[in-house]
Design a protein around this ligand. Structure first.
Ligand code: ADP
Ligand code: MG
Length: 685
């Protein structure tokens, strides 16, 4: 249970004054559903203004405060703006411009002949200087306006800066002081403010120490939670599994294992023989052959008389894994079932029975395999594929099903840099597949200007005619962006008009049945061209698909481009990846695309990606899907994570039960950052 003193932070957003049903949606879009979310909704940057005596002293593009006297109102015809022409102290004319605003309101703010202090950004429109929608208009108080440093928040449609700033202020006012969880020595040394002060300061100005402290809190919470998982795992007893090799001997692999695969399997075998449950991460680039390693691990469990489960992040992947495992394990006599949320009725009952009586040895599925209604006779080994899609800790908790803790193997193809590995996976043991199966041809990667799209489409035509398949990837950078979706649908329609029914569309908002049906048609080779948003990113394996076109490639991150490209080059044939780029390319985007052409090494790309994104930003960039953090920027992760990790280690060594004074404060921290699964493990452990 969450400690009471944190309750004010978790109160719903509509407890703030002025938040009604109308604001609910725009706020939700920003993830602002509880009071604490507002406190942590940190500004992207701050506007600072300079007070000037007249417009000669200002430059275009600058944020200024200046005294202007309105001289003339000018309405334009139709939907044009309303302009107030005003003069400065030396006769320069400037238009104060309002679009779609109530003119009466503008006139009242700016009466003719009366000087006003105007704060805003000076722009140029044709020959005329102008300030569009000034931030402030005041009769007096030039100094106050000139000193104003105002936060600029990430917004969503339906919200204004002023509105959001007001809500943040309200939220901050209701926040309790909390006991300190950071090592006092560290706090002193870095001169960091206390938690509540840090929150207030971070909204007031570009206060690096405050921002760092808040990021550090998040990193510390994460490290602690992962260590708690590890600690509880060590304390639990699992079932030592020793296989006799009988099933593995009957595996009918069409290829010899690579050295890296053999090493990983040996490491896993060593872990499984122990009574403390395995907690191992298998890292291997796309195509490095993780599936066979997972299968071998599961077979060891079966040889030892236990059951094994494989958890996949999506239905599509669960199906694909089920097919692959069934094919590879055909000679082993192992019974493998597929269980997803969509299985209903008698078929589902039969599977549940089989898991309960032990006649099913292995199950592959989505999170449905861990639902309360599913009982295993003897589940002792769990493989979690594409771990980064899940919250690590939560999944590990799920894996605690059964009387004894199962051995756990997490797999990821997301090549993340070393610092982030620590952040995501804490102190898990790591096996790396750093050697590709032989015979892979490098993927021919080219950057193509979007003007040549017609040529690209013609090339697809030739490619399909030769009997091969292709992907066309449309950007869907953030989920639920309707414009992106519309663009993908339009592209699909266009390609279908050209190539007929062999073209299918898959995107994240498609009903699961339809998505699977389309994917299956593509996997069977009936569909030849798959138009998709990034849903194909993970795991999909169609060796005959040897061409990929990525539209607006500049909008993707390096890691994502790499994952996407990994869908081709999976067979022995030559594969091509065409990165279509738009006309406007930032320097970083240009470097990203160049790197894609240069290398196929996922670990290298991950490091470069971090370097490209991490540097040079004042406040850092908030992270989206690719780190488990909301507050800490990449730069802060690199700088502060090692510190947080050591600090967490120290605290765990001194007070592993989190019962002392700092331990109790640390518990609050875990709740604050919703890593309370760590605390729950303490109680159970
Ligand atoms: P990952 O899951 O790591 O992306 P997969 O396990 O799907 O990779 O393997 C990719 C492809 O490589 C599959 O078609 C698989 O059959 C093949 N493969 C795996 N191991 C080997 C090997 N040692 N030699 C040749 N091919 C292999
Ligand atoms: Mg895989």
């Amino acid at each position: 249970m969450r400690p009471d003193r944190l309750n004010p932070l978790f109160v719903a957003a509509d407890s703030l004054k002025g938040v009604g049903p109308g604001l609910a949606r725009p706020l939700e879009k920003l993830g602002l559903t509880r009071v604490k979310d507002f406190a942590y909704h940190l500004p992207d940057r701050f506007v600072e203004r300079r007070a000037v005596a007249n417009l000669d002293e200002a430059s275009v593009g600058e944020n200024i405060v200046v005294a202007l006297t309105p001289a003339e109102y000018r309405s334009s015809a139709g939907r044009g703006p309303f302009r107030v022409l005003a003069t400065d102290s030396i006769g320069n004319v400037c238009s104060i411009t309002y679009f779609g605003r109530n003119t009466a309101w503008a006139k009242k703010q700016l009466p003719l002949g009366e000087p006003r202090w105007i704060a805003g950004r000076l722009d140029q429109y044709g020959q005329m200087l102008q300030i569009v929608h000034p931030d402030h208009v005041a009769e007096a108080g030039a100094t106050a306006l000139g000193q104003l440093v105002e936060p600029v928040y990430p917004l969503s449609e339906g919200l204004t800066q002023g509105r959001l700033a007001g809500l943040v202020e309200q939220a901050l006012a209701g926040i309790p002081a909390l006991p300190e969880w950071i090592e006092p020595g560290l706090l002193d040394k870095l001169q960091w403010p206390a938690w509540r002060d840090a929150l207030a300061l971070a909204h007031k100005g570009p206060h690096a120490a405050a921002r760092d402290r808040l990021a550090y809190d998040e990193l510390l919470a994460n490290s602690l939670a992962l260590m708690l998982v590890r600690q509880s795992n060590r304390k639990q007893s699992g079932t030592p599994l020793q296989g006799d090799g009988s099933r593995r001997a009957r595996l009918n692999l069409p290829f010899p294992l690579t050295g890296a695969q053999q090493r990983a399997i040996a490491e896993i075998e060593g872990d499984l023989a122990q009574s403390s449950p395995m907690l191992r991460l298998l890292q291997g680039d796309v195509g490095s052959g993780k599936t066979v390693v997972a299968l071998s691990a599961m077979l060891i469990a079966v040889e030892a008389g236990a059951q094994a489960a494989l958890l996949a992040p999506t239905e599509i992947l669960a199906r694909q894994h089920h097919e692959t495992l069934t094919r590879l394990a055909a000679g082993t006599g192992v019974e493998i079932a597929l269980l997803t949320g969509r299985d209903k009725g008698r078929a589902r009952e039969a599977i549940l029975m089989g898991l309960l009586d032990g006649s099913i040895d292995m199950v592959v599925g989505t999170h449905a395999i861990f639902q309360d209604t599913v009982t295993y006779r003897n589940l002792a080994m769990v493989v979690i594929d594409e771990q980064h899609r899940f919250g690590v800790g939560q999944r590990l908790m799920l894996a605690q099903k059964g009387r004894r803790a199962p051995h756990c193997l997490a797999m990821t193809a997301t090549p993340i840099p070393r610092t982030l590995t620590l952040a995501q996976y804490g102190e898990m043991d790591v096996s790396k597949l750093d050697e590709m199966p032989p015979g892979r041809q490098p993927i021919d990667t080219r950057v193509v200007a979007v003007e040549r799209q017609a040529d690209v489409i013609a090339a697809i035509g030739r490619h399909l005619e030769s009997g091969q398949q292709a992907y066309w990837v449309c950007p869907m950078v953030r989920e639920q962006e309707n414009e992106d979706l519309a663009a993908a649908e339009a592209r699909h329609a266009e390609l279908q008009a050209r190539f007929g029914d062999a073209v299918v569309l898959v995107h994240g908002q498609l009903r699961p049945e339809l998505k699977d049906a389309a994917m299956e048609r593509f996997a069977r080779g009936e569909a030849r061209l798959l138009v998709a948003t990034t849903v194909i990113e993970v795991g999909v394996d169609v060796p005959n698909a040897t061409l990929m076109v990525i539209e607006q490639a500049e909008r993707f991150g390096l890691a994502q481009l790499h994952q996407l490209r990994g869908r081709v080059g999976r067979g022995s044939g030559k594969s091509t990846c065409l990165l279509l780029r738009g006309p406007m390319l930032s320097e970083t985007a240009r470097q990203r695309l160049a790197l894609m052409r240069e290398t196929q090494d996922g670990f290298r790309l991950a490091e470069e990606d971090l370097a490209l994104r991490g540097g040079g930003e004042l406040l850092g960039t908030r992270q989206s899907g690719d780190t488990p953090f909301r507050v800490a920027s990449l730069e802060q992760i690199q700088k502060l994570l090692p510190l947080a990790h050591d600090d967490a280690r120290l605290l765990m060594d001194r007070d592993g039960g989190l019962t002392g004074e700092r331990g109790a404060a640390a518990r609050l921290l875990l709740y604050l950052f919703e890593r309370d699964w760590g605390v729950q493990l303490l109680r159970g452990g």
